[in-house]
Structure formats: C-alpha cells, structure tokens
Design a protein around this ligand. Sequence first.
Ligand code: PMP
Length: 330
Amino acid sequence: MHSTSDTLALIGNTPLVRLKGPSEATGCEIYGKCEFANPGASVKDRAALFIVKDAEERGLIGPGGCIVEGTAGNTGIGLALVANAKGYRTIIVMPETQSREKMDTLRALGAELVLVPAAPYSNPGHFVHTSRRIAEETPNAIWANQFDNTANRKAHIVGTAEEIWAQMDGRIDGFTCAAGTGGTIAGVGLGLKARDENVRIALSDPHGAALYSYYACGELKAEGSSVAEGIGQGRITGNLEGAPIDTQFRISDEEGLEWVERLLKEEGLCLGLSSGINVAGAVRLARELGPGKRIATILCDTGFRYLSTLYNAEWLAAKGLPVPEWLAAE
Ligand code: PMP
C-alpha cells in the first residue's frame, strides 16, 4: 500500500475482485470494481472530486465557497468529504425517501441537509431544481449539477475505465452497470471503447427507469418501480449523451436482491441494491456473450448504508420483497 498526505488521493484506484458465484454460474470471469472502498464508501466520491476540481480550475469556486447539490445521498457524501478537505461549505438537497443512514451520514459530515418530498422531475419542487435554486440564491455558491455536468463522467473516463483496463490486463469482453446520472456507464463505456472498440457495453436498468426502452426502441418509457437508491433515470442526462450502449437489460429488485444476498453469504461482500442489479446484469451479459468471456461491473456502495432497509426484515416485508432466512429469525 502507498502512503500519502493528501486525503483526496484516497479516492479512486479501488481494487477489482473476481466474483466467484457469478463466474461459476456462467463459466465466465466476472469481476466487481470495489467502489465501496472509496473514503465515502461509494462510486460517487470520484464524480464529487472531479466536479469540485473542475470548478476550481475554471475559477468558479475559491476560498469561502459553498457547494450545493441535489442527490440521492452518495454524491452528497462525496461532496461533503471533498468540501471538508478543501475548506468549503456544502448544502445537500435530498428526497426524504432515501435511507436514514445516508441522512445521518451527511449530517455527521457537517453538510447542511435540505429534505424535500419525492416528486417527478417535471415538478419544480424536485430535489434537482430545488438545489439549483438554492445555489443561485446563496453567495459564493456553485451548483454541482452532477446529472448534466460532464466533469462527472470524465472521472470515469480517465479513472474507473483506465483502472479496469489495467486491472484486467487489457483483456475484457464486456462491461455493465446501471445509471443514475449515467456518469459511470457513459464514462467507463467511452474509456473502454477508446482502448478496444469491441468491448460490449450493456446497461442494466432497474424497473421504473426509462432508459431500457430508450436504448431498446428509442422511446423513454418507464414501467414498474424499484426500491434501489441512486439509479433509475427518466431522461437522457448530459452525462448520458453519446453513451456507447450496445445492449440493455431490465433487472427486477428480486433479481438484484438475490445477488446482494449471495454475495454477502457466499463471498463476504456487504453491498447495496444497485450493486446487486449490476451483478445480475453481468450474469445476463455473460450468458449473452458465452463461456470464457471476461466481464466487469461496479460494486457501487456499501450495504452498511442500508441496514434499516435492505438488511431489515420488517422493511423488506413491508415492500413485498423476499426476506432472507437469516434476517427472518423471530
Ligand atoms: N449506485 C448508487 C448507490 C448510487 O448512489 C449511484 C449514483 N447516483 C449509482 C449507482 C449510479 O451512478 P451514476 O450516477 O454514475 O450513474
């Protein structure tokens, strides 16, 4: 392990782990990029760092500055850590439906938290529009704008994709993940295709999102719903524009949760549901590509962020989701 005096240098350069169960189930080699190993325990630390650095380079933020963002939580956690390390203030706007753990973490990090009711994007009260308004009204503030600010996906073009390429020794046949802002799928997709245009890029879309139908037949149409946090997009964000998506899967919460449970019980990985959906997508991609292929996906965040939800029997039952036998005791 290297040594550094720069805490922000701890973001990125995450390990890649071979996932035994998914690999054995398909005859492929399936790898997970351990983004839960970032200091803020999610993939979004990368976007947060790039967005802030980009704003500094463009002279938009400086001493005494404030960063405002609307987020499902993980970007806020990343921004709060980066802002603390650089001496900025953070205001985070979040829908009140997100996990308690994310809210507690943001408060603990010193972010000013603004909770808003969950609303469709077309509603001016949506967390993204609220955060933009607060940024406009706050002196010395920038709006991080993770959905349309392509500094987000750049973090994955120059970081995540290059790391995966090196960690897989330049031998990779496919990559898949879900999209929230789309920064990860677009950035890793563009980065890997620049290395080898034959790498197949697959979107793993949760129910309730509109991207599956967009890439399948050109129409943004959502069906069903999902309890997965941080993923499920209804529009082509700035980060998704030009994303090189070759194929797409629609993954149910049940299918994702099955992998969350298996990865926990069989491999000792405690993850969130977007990771489970990504692994389910990697298994589908492996079946499409055939045995012997090498596939990578993203393990987006830690399951410790969802102890009151995904790892809570009552919560799962109330959502009509299957309760794993070890949580069901009593
Ligand atoms: N999983 C989780 C848990 C997230 O918080 C996010 C970020 N919204 C994603 C996946 C998706 O990442 P991206 O925004 O890069 O599409």
